[in-house]
Design a protein around this ligand. Sequence first.
Ligand code: ZN
Length: 290
Amino acid sequence: MSVRLQIWLIFLVPVAIVGALVGLGWTIPIPHLGRDYVLKVMLPDAGSPVDLPEVLGPPDRSRPLVVIDPGHGGKDPGASGGGYREKDVVLGLAKALRDELLAEGGIRVALTRDDDTFLVLEERPEIARRLDADLFISIHADSAGEKGEIGGASIYTLSSKASSEAAARFAERENSADAQLNGVRLNGQSEEVSNILVELSQRRVQETSDEFAGLITREGGGSLRFHPQARRSATLAVLRAPDVPAVLYESGFITNREDAERLVSQEGREEFAETMGRAIRIFFARQSNQ
Ligand code: ZN
């Protein structure tokens, strides 16, 4: 074998091996010779969540179903203050309510998340719709920045017009959860759904939601601490399902020490769960009589 051929082989053999590997589709971590790495991220289609949560409680589809939605989660912590994060506080409350409802029996329950998972805002009411839920309760906790004295729970229902400036600001903040994270506003789609049937359904659902909100303040009068303006309405994406009665329960202010300590305590959670559970049972009893 000539020297020239040997030199050529020294060059050509590695090139041939690399070429064969690339040709076979194998990846080789050699700069410039390897393939380009492509990260594929699966995004859920708008309005069609990948997984529906498990429905707990009696395996009887005629039983009413409440979907409990702990706000925020994962990369979206929600409000924070005093060492508390909204996403943790509201998950604790949601689980307490789930346990209470299951212990009392007769009602089916599903949670939009039961761990620290991120959910796109619009997925949440969509989960309730796809499960054919009878009631949707989104649980949040508020923050008042430096104003630590502001406290108390409030209940939001959907309105076509934000009822006050505060409600509008709140709507902006809660609705911006997706926009900030994905750079795209995902919550405008339901606005396109504007035919008269949807409007009629929405109006009826709004009345039913208001009735449920009234039950929460009535039943919680002796046990829960409400904000002086406890009943509010706002344009909130999470309440926009046109066929499932829905409320957003702001459980209190985590910037208020008294509120925060109560919301994360065993007694505070049980008090919330008992009160909300009672309101839910009365609500379903009334619905079944109509
Ligand atoms: Zn929130």
